[in-house]
Design a protein around this ligand. Structure first.
Ligand code: AP5
Length: 244
């Protein structure tokens, strides 16, 4: 299954992606994480990306499309993947179609839109703390790990993302509305978009996402069962026609 999680910063895409990928046994591709890995390595790409990320702007399309293309062409991604934070504008959406088709991969099955108002995401992001080692998310309002500074899952160091300041979050939201939100109409027209109400608590959002995925998996399985049946019925007909 090939899925995109779409929505504003702080909508909960990354949180829900972890559970969805575990249940579907597909890899999680977060362009934000891939870019932050490059920043941590101090690579040329990481140094370029840093300047954009810290201002809350999009990293140039060519750079991001390149890392996504390299990732999804590798063998472990052939059975499916979940893209989180990509595509982020129409040009990236078109590039994704092209990359999939050149690699001989099927197109997207589903785009899940995390519908949440701006007023809900600002406190989520400014209070977020992340484990440097395993990427686990914490929040200052509920998690004691944000006081100890040590990840409860892996013992890694907990840090405050440099783009989770109020000023940068406001800019990320502005960029989202200008450049990413038009993708909703694009994927709605293609019949791929399903919305989830992402302002509710994590458990409620998770149940809704699970339901959407199960319905999609059910209809995909249904289509797959129907397809061979049509082939089976066609073959004897052809044979009979030739015999006559
Ligand atoms: P990226 O890392 O993708 O950041 P983002 O899209 O802004 O998303 P976030 O990770 O901030 O939020 P999320 O929706 O995943 O929420 P999360 O689950 O973490 O991108 C960073 C930057 O990289 C971009 O600004 C850009 O510069 C660059 N970039 C990335 N992709 C790019 C691309 N394709 N093209 C160009 N540039 C690109 O949750 C957030 C917090 O809320 C957590 O604390 C969590 O615990 C909490 N939370 C989650 N769900 C709930 C809930 N239901 N209720 C209460 N709290 C919740």
């Amino acid at each position: 299954m090939r899925i995109v999680f779409l929505g504003p910063p702080g909508a909960g895409k990354g949180t829900q992606a972890v559970e969805t990928c575990e249940s579907l046994r597909i890899p999680h591709i977060s362009t934000g994480n891939l870019l932050r890995e490059e920043m941590a390595k101090g690579s040329r790409l990481g140094k370029t990306a840093k300047g954009y990320i810290e201002k809350g702007q999009l990293v140039p399309d060519g750079l991001v499309v390149d890392i996504v293309a390299k990732t999804i062409k590798s063998a472990s991604f052939r059975k499916g993947y979940l893209l989180d934070g990509f595509p982020r504008n129409l040009s990236q959406a078109r590039a994704l179609d092209k990359v999939q088709s050149v690699a001989g991969l099927p197109g997207l099955d589903l785009v899940v839109y995390f519908d949440v108002p701006d007023r809900a995401v600002v406190p989520r992001l400014t209070g977020r703390r992340v484990c440097r080692k395993c990427g686990m998310n914490y929040h200052v309002s509920r998690d004691r790990e944000t006081v100890t500074g040590v990840c409860g899952k892996c013992g890694g160091e907990i840090y405050h993302r440099s783009d989770d300041t109020k000023e940068t979050v406001v800019n990320r939201l502005r960029v989202y509305h200008q450049q990413t939100a038009p993708l909703l109409q694009h994927y709605r027209r293609l019949g791929l978009l399903v919305s989830v109400r992402a302002e509710r608590d994590i458990g409620a959002v998770s149940r809704e996402v699970g339901g959407v995925i199960r319905r999609m998996a059910g209809s995909a399985a249904h289509a797959a069962v129907r397809r061979p049946a049509r082939v089976r019925m066609a073959l004897p007909g052809k044979k009979q026609a030739r015999q006559r």
